[in-house]
Design a binder for this molecule. Sequence first.
Ligand code: SF4
Length: 296
Amino acid sequence: MSDDPRMPGLFGPLLLDFWNQKYIESGRDNREMSVPDAVFRHSWAGSCARRIQYEMQNYSGEREFDLPVRAPADRWRLEMGTLVHDYWQAALTACLPEATIEHVTSHPIDDAHTAGHGDALINHPQLGRVAVELKTRNGFGYKQDIGANKYEDAEGPSVAAKRQGALNALAEDADWLVILHISLEAVGPNQLPGQHKGDNYSPLRMTAEWWYSKEEYTPWATHELQRVSFIKKIIDNKELAPRHVPELMPSGARIVDVNKSQWYLEENNEVVSIGQLWNGRFCSYCPYVNACMEDG
Ligand code: SF4
């Protein structure tokens, strides 16, 4: 007898295969933009500039990429997030019937436009217009977000979440952007940070939110729109966008080694700073990694 799992299993894959087929048939692998003819999806915000170029070219059909086929386990992960979104939106509209959910958002960008979906917009009598961006998180990521357990400092929402939320909030002229995280796994009460430690009933065990005023979030949105305009011109000129991720590396730095997600900052032809994104894993999550290595 061994404690290794039996491979292939019988009963788990039965669910996965059955459900995976339904997911494919529903067409959710190939989502259209929420606004026809849009060139940029708000969910691409905060990505590496080169990746945004590839996303835009792939969506418009200007260039064909040999992209990895989405695995059933990845569809499952996405579906879990969708289920939590549905639960939360049902709760929100039951408690606040005036809330708008899944509203379409867009910004003009040169001679084109962008497209997104806000998770919720609430016209609150005291707080004003509140735009909520919901992200589901795995247990590990959520603990880092709130500074639980051994992760001493709270890291808060990702740059990508802030920028996507900012684009949706600005499109609605919201007074507040709220990034709401819901964890797919409850945190143990003794792992909670600071004064919450040991509180079995603390909502922080599975949900946290960060509020940003219009003054705080607007620069994130405007910078992202400038980037999109810049990348669009690069595509028109048949050039390559820089391998640069905003806020995760210094301005002017470039990812030079995709295999290690390593960036260099050069000044006067000398490397003055070196860093690595996500401990070297950043580019391994990018579906365009082969095209990027080929293009250099
Ligand atoms: S592989 Fe890395 S550097 Fe290349 S497009 Fe993707 S994220 Fe950017």
